[in-house]
Design a protein around this ligand. Structure first.
Ligand code: HAM
Length: 418
């Protein structure tokens, strides 16, 4: 076949969808318990939004965005993440005037032209949250605790929580000087991207995946040694709160993450199960106190995270697929097919999930389909049943059969289904 899905982009067919639904509804209900409300943003945004927020010197902006010019000559980009859109919408709708603290969650596809690998796709789904208007650190700890609890509720037991602080603007300036002093003697050994990054944004060198750059970065001074008093107090507050909540974590001074907008709190949750392979970051997040202001909004502290749904699904223990049919209706003769369709409608109106084979076929073949669909109940309707106002109800699990009044069909089915 010549036409196939784009490399790195996957179809999700009905056999897989129920676990997606389970995951998404578990996330929705967890987020809502913490006061978050859902927001949906466009998949396409002006390219400048991502360049200005994620940062010109990041891998995402330099190499991974799906950017195109539309027919009106505008540069547009398929969103590589959700935070920039959330900030754009927060500013555009003047949300800070309505509520001092805004808590949003979102679920949807994101696009990055990365090298496809197990757990790494070019279209992937994220579920994320963003909090605007609270400088932390207690809200930082609360959302980390919330997501760790969420992951454990999915049956994913082995995870590691990494936290770090990137400090605020003053700390960053001081640290950048120290980092440059360390990197300068290695300049010629760094990859050409990193040589450029040294001049444009030295912190990005710490996130380079090229082995020689990573080895040099490993011995770089840690930003934690450069935190000023306020940043230090913030980071201490985060840790105190996590400890009080009983959330295990490890301070990882080398954690920088691949987006430029972060300041202060930074975190990642890694899965340890073998199913994940090398792409073991289940989620990442952090504080971005400067982004709302730098995109033209009022100075507003903010923090959030996003989880990779494919990775969570890989890490979750598998569950047997549930059936999607409660009742299968069998028309014993062609003459009762219209009546069978009516019975189907009545049962569906009563809230049951009903299937039938409206093409007809032998009694045996229809019952085989009922079995194949793992329907719990078959209801058989023949001419005699229609005349007498009854149906034959077969419990396909218990292998019993009863004749029941048609008026009781829905109620009896519901009792059997529990
Ligand atoms: P991120 O670390 O780029 O952060 O992505 C978050 C998560 O999305 C990753 O931990 C991973 O689980 C998943 N992910 C990323 N890229 C891929 C991919 N190519 N294939 C499959 N899964 C992937 C952000 O996107 C930030 N917006 C998070 C955030 C929200 N920070 C503050 N608020």
């Amino acid at each position: 076949m010549s036409l196939r899905a784009v490399k790195g982009m996957k179809d999700i067919l009905p056999d897989e969808i129920s676990k997606w639904h389970r995951l998404e509804s578990a996330f929705r209900s967890r987020a809502e318990r913490y006061g978050f409300r859902e927001a949906r943003f466009p998949i396409v945004e002006p390219t400048a939004l991502f360049v200005r927020s994620i940062g010109e010197n990041t891998d995402i902006v330099e190499k991974e965005m799906y950017t195109f010019t539309d027919r009106g000559d505008k540069s547009l980009t398929l969103r590589p993440e959700g935070t920039a859109s959330a900030v754009r919408a927060y500013i555009q709708h003047n949300v800070q005037a309505q509520e001092p603290v805004t808590k949003w969650y979102y679920i949807g596809p994101m696009y990055r032209r990365e090298r496809p690998a197990k757990g790494r796709y070019r279209q992937f789904y994220q579920a994320g949250i963003e909090v605007f208007g609270d400088p932390g650190p207690y809200v930082d700890a609360e959302i980390i605790d919330m997501v760790v609890g969420f992951i454990s509720s999915l049956g994913i037991s082995e995870v590691e929580v990494l936290v770090n602080s990137l400090g605020g603007t003053a700390t960053r300036a001081k640290y950048t000087e120290a980092l440059l002093a360390y990197l300068e003697p290695f300049r010629s050994e760094l990859c050409s991207d990193c040589q450029r990054r040294m001049d444009a944004n030295p912190l990005r060198v710490l996130d380079c995946k090229v082995p020689r750059c990573a080895a040099i970065a490993a011995d770089a001074p840690s930003i934690l040694g450069h935190l000023d008093d306020e940043d230090r107090a913030h980071f201490d507050g985060l840790q105190e709160s996590l400890t009080r909540l009983g959330t295990p974590y490890r301070v990882e001074g080398s954690l920088v993450r691949g987006l430029d907008y972060y300041s202060r709190t930074l975190f990642e949750v890694l899965g340890k199960g073998e199913q994940l392979g090398a792409q073991n970051a289940l989620l990442g997040g952090g504080r971005y106190d400067q982004m709302v202001g730098s995109l033209g909004g009022p100075d507003t502290p903010a923090i959030g995270f996003a989880m990779g749904l494919e990775r969570l699904l890989m890490a979750m223990p598998s569950e047997p697929e549930a059936t999607h049919v409660d009742v299968f209706i069998v028309a014993a003769q062609p003459s009762v097919r219209a009546e069978a369709a009516l019975l189907g409608r009545q049962l569906r109106d009563a809230g049951l999930r009903v299937e039938s084979d409206l093409r007809g076929g032998s009694l045996k073949s229809q019952l085989r389909r009922a079995d194949k669909m793992s329907a719990r109940i078959a209801m058989i309707l023949g001419e005699a049943e229609v005349d007498d106002g009854v149906v034959q109800l077969k419990d396909l699990q218990k292998k019993t059969q009863d004749e029941i009044p048609r008026t009781e069909a829905a109620a009896r089915a519901k009792t059997i289904l529990g």
